[in-house]
Design a protein around this ligand. Structure first.
Ligand SMILES: Cc1cc2nc3c(=O)[nH]c(=O)nc-3n(C[C@H](O)[C@H](O)[C@H](O)COP(=O)(O)O)c2cc1C
Length: 194
């Protein structure tokens, strides 16, 4: 039996709304593949760097995603030098790939970081307690005991996207769409060849 075609199939507004629904579900549902997207940044040598992160927040009106990391991490250094980032996620159940492009800002000492730290579990806080920064070489895989509660190493990265590319795989014909927002917030949307 063929599945009914969803309402977003041939409708750009519905497609964007569906992309936003998937992002919101990625925050709320730990089993969603969009809960752990990939974040790419630009290394000091100009080469791309990519890693998995937990998606902690999504705010549709400001087109921002929130992720948490160690402020001493490679990604934090890279973003401080060049804030351009890309985010990738593929939801195999929905057969949707999302690719976002935008800029990141690091929040370590402000109310955004305080609020995120306040809602972090003890387990989530544990990774920020190391005296040595992430990526530092250690002689054995065992970490020395924690020196602090980790707050001074914790940071929030707010990723604001101004480009979103949608790819929906469908046996009847794939659908690819590009959405963009200029600096005045003016939106554009178009279909493109998958
Ligand atoms: C499923 C999964 C979730 C992860 N979530 C986070 C996260 O939320 N924050 C984070 O800093 N690193 C997270 N990591 C580790 C990163 O992928 C990465 O290895 C680490 O942050 C170092 O990256 P960097 O050296 O590029 O800064 C996660 C890894 C996996 C596999």
């Amino acid at each position: 039996m063929t599945r009914p075609r969803p309402g977003f199939a041939d409708d750009l507004d519905e497609t964007l709304a569906e992309a936003f629904r998937l992002l919101a579900r990625g925050v709320a549902d730990r089993r969603s593949p969009i809960h752990t997207p990939s974040l790419a940044s630009i290394g000091p040598d100009g080469a791309p760097r990519i890693r998995t992160l937990v998606l902690r927040g999504f705010d549709a009106p400001t087109r921002t995603l929130r992720v948490h990391s160690d402020r001493r991490s490679g990604k934090a250094m890279e973003i401080a030098a060049d804030p351009r980032v890309a985010v990738h996620a593929y939801d195999a159940g929905a057969q949707v790939q999302l690719r976002l492009g935008g800029t990141a800002t690091l929040h370590a000492e402000d109310a955004i970081a305080d609020a995120a730290w306040a809602t972090s579990t003890d387990n989530a806080r544990l990774v920020y307690t190391t005296a040595l920064p992430p990526g530092a070489a250690i002689p054995t895989p065992t970490l020395p005991s924690a020196l602090s509660d980790g707050r001074e190493h914790f940071a929030v990265l707010v990723l604001r996207f101004d480009a979103l590319e949608w790819l929906w795989l469908c046996a009847d014909g794939h659908r690819r769409a590009r959405f963009g927002w200029d600096s005045a917030g003016q939106a554009s949307a178009e279909w493109c060849v998958p």
